[in-house]
Design a protein around this ligand. Structure first.
Ligand SMILES: *Cc1c(COP(=O)(O)O)cnc(C)c1O
Length: 467
C-alpha cells in the first residue's frame, strides 16, 4: 500500500463507482453475475479504500473487486457432506445424480414439458416422469407428483376428508410424528379441515381400535374419509408395542360399516421396492400389495431424487386427487420433473451408492487422502478411523452404517466449514470425542480431492496459529 495520507485525502481519492464498474477487466463478471452483484463488490472495495486498507488507485480496486466477487449469482454454495449423515436436511437432503443434473440443465430453458412435439398439441404435463414412476412401481394403478411429501398428504386429506367435506381422518396415537422443525403430521392433517379421530395409545394400536373408531363415527353420524398409516420414520418405540400391519388395516377398511374407507400409507422414505439392507423401511410396492389404496413418499430421501411428493395407488383415487383444485397449487416445475425422471431411469443416484458403499473401498480412499496429507505435512495429526454413519433425513432410525473417516484435531471443523475463501467448497464434518471426523460414506468419490486440498490449505495456517 502506498501513501494513503489522512482519511480525508483517502475519501477524495476513492475511484468512482462507474469508473471501476466499467473496467474492461470486469466485463466477464458483469456478464456472468449482472451489474448489481459487481456493484456491491465495488462498494465493499471502495469502503476498504476509505478505511485506508486498500490503495486508492483503479487497478488495485479492480483487483480487489475480482477477488471478492461471489462465484455465482446464487448465494447457495455447494458443500461436501462429510458428516456421515447420508440425507442431511440442512444440506438439501439427496444430492442429484449426474444424469439428473444434466436433465435439469437441459429442461431449464424452454422445454416440451406440456406439449406433444409430434402433434403440436398440449400433452399431459410431466408424462415422462409419471410414466417412469409408474414403471418403477407396477402395483400402482396410477401415480401423481406434487411438491413434497407433506404436500402429498395435504392433497390426499383435503380431497378425501377436508376442504368442506368435514370427514374424519383416523390416525394412531403412536404415529403422531413430528417430522422436523416443529412440523407435526397430525396438525398438517387438521389444517385441511378434516377432523382427526385418534385411536390407540402411544405404544399400542390394533386393527380392532380402527374398527371401533369406524363404529363410533357411525354412531355419531360422521363419515370417515381416510385411514392414515404413518411410518414413524425418525424414531423407534421399543418394548410393549403393537401397530396394525397394512394388510390388517386394509381388511378393516374394506368392511367399514359406512362403506369402504381408503387406506393411505405414508412411507416417508421413498423406497419404491424393499431393500434388504434396510429391512424396517417400508416401501411403496409392498404397501400397495398389502392393500393400501394410496401411498405417499418423498422424492429426496432414499429415492435419491429432487424434492417431490410421490402419490401412488388406486387409479380412481389418484385421478380424484389430480383433478382437485388444490393439485394446481402443489404442482411441480419442469426442473423437478426432469430430475425425477432421470433419477428413476438413469444410473443409481449418490444416496444409493452411499448406502451400498464398500467398506474396503472407503478405507482405501481415506488412506490415500491421509497419505497425501502426510506427504504435504509430516506434522499433521491425521488418522484413518472406523466410523458410524446413519441414513438421516428422518429415515431408518437405529440403522448404523459402518463407515471410515479421517480423524483430525477438532480445531479443523470450523475452518473446514467456513473455508475463508469464496471459491473453496466448504466441508461439513462431525465432531465426536474431541476429534473432527471427515466421514467418507456420503462423500462423492470425486470430492476426495476437494477435501484433501482444503485440509492441506488449512494445515499451514492452523499450525502457524498454534505456534
Ligand atoms: C419426511 C416425511 C414426511 C415429509 O415429507 P417431506 O418431503 O419432507 O415434505 C412425511 N411423512 C414421513 C413419514 C416422512 O418421513
Amino acid at each position: 500500500m502506498t501513501g494513503t495520507g489522512t482519511p480525508a485525502d483517502a475519501r477524495r481519492a476513492v475511484p468512482r463507482t462507474d469508473a471501476v464498474l466499467d473496467s474492461p477487466d470486469l466485463a466477464g463478471a458483469r456478464e456472468r453475475l449482472g451489474r448489481r452483484l459487481v456493484r456491491d463488490a465495488v462498494g465493499r472495495a471502495q469502503q476498504r479504500v476509505r478505511e485506508g486498507a486498500l490503495a486508492p488507485d483503479l487497478d488495485a480496486v479492480v483487483a480487489a473487486v475480482l477477488a471478492d466477487l461471489p462465484p455465482t449469482a446464487s448465494s447457495l454454495r455447494p458443500v461436501v457432506n462429510a458428516t456421515g449423515v447420508l440425507l442431511h436436511t440442512n444440506l438439501g437432503r439427496a444430492p442429484l445424480s449426474a444424469a439428473a443434473v444434466r436433465a435439469v440443465a437441459d429442461a431449464a430453458g424452454t422445454t416440451d414439458v406440456e406439449l406433444d412435439l409430434a402433434t403440436g398439441r398440449r400433452a399431459r404435463r410431466g408424462r415422462g416422469a409419471t410414466a417412469a414412476l409408474a414403471a418403477a412401481v407396477p402395483d400402482a394403478g396410477a401415480v401423481h407428483v406434487v411438491n413434497n411429501g407433506a404436500a402429498a398428504l395435504v392433497l390426499a386429506c383435503t380431497a378425501l376428508a377436508g376442504g368442506g367435506l368435514d370427514r374424519d381422518v383416523v390416525m394412531s396415537r403412536g404415529e403422531m410424528v413430528e417430522v422436523g422443525d416443529g412440523f407435526r403430521l397430525h396438525e398438517l392433517v387438521a389444517s385441511t379441515g378434516a377432523r382427526l379421530r385418534e385411536v390407540g395409545t402411544t405404544n399400542r394400536t390394533t386393527a380392532a381400535d380402527v374398527a371401533a373408531a369406524f363404529e363410533a363415527a357411525e354412531r355419531e353420524g360422521r363419515r370417515v374419509g381416510l385411514v392414515l398409516k404413518v411410518h414413524p420414520s425418525n424414531f423407534r418405540v421399543e418394548g410393549f408395542t403393537a401397530a396394525p400391519g397394512t394388510a390388517d388395516l386394509a381388511r378393516v377398511c374394506r368392511s367399514a360399516p359406512g362403506g369402504r374407507v381408503p387406506l393411505l400409507v405414508d412411507t416417508g422414505s421413498g423406497l419404491l421396492a424393499p431393500r434388504r439392507d434396510l429391512p424396517d423401511e417400508p416401501d411403496a410396492a409392498s404397501a400397495l400389495r398389502a392393500g393400501a389404496d394410496l401411498v405417499t413418499a418423498s422424492g429426496d430421501k432414499l429415492l435419491g431424487g429432487p424434492q417431490a411428493g410421490l402419490l401412488l395407488g388406486r387409479a380412481d383415487l389418484v385421478e380424484q386427487l389430480r383433478r382437485h383444485p388444490l393439485a394446481r397449487a402443489l404442482r411441480v416445475d419442469k426442473l423437478t420433473l426432469a430430475a425425477l425422471e432421470a433419477t428413476l431411469t438413469g444410473p443409481p443416484p449418490p444416496v444409493v451408492a452411499a448406502l451400498e458403499a464398500d467398506l474396503g473401498h472407503l478405507r482405501e480412499r481415506a488412506q490415500r487422502c491421509a497419505a497425501a496429507l502426510r506427504t504435504a505435512d509430516p506434522d499433521l495429526d491425521v488418522a484413518v478411523v472406523d466410523s458410524e454413519a446413519v441414513v438421516g433425513g428422518g429415515g431408518a432410525p437405529g440403522v448404523v452404517l459402518p463407515s471410515v473417516a479421517l480423524s483430525l484435531p477438532e480445531a479443523f471443523a470450523e475452518p473446514l466449514r467456513r473455508t475463508g475463501q469464496p471459491e473453496a467448497v466448504p466441508v461439513l464434518t462431525r465432531v465426536e470425542g474431541g476429534r473432527c471426523l471427515v466421514d467418507l460414506r456420503a462423500v462423492l468419490p470425486h470430492d476426495d480431492a476437494l477435501i484433501g486440498a482444503l485440509i492441506g490449505a488449512l494445515t499451514g495456517a492452523l499450525l502457524a496459529a498454534r505456534r
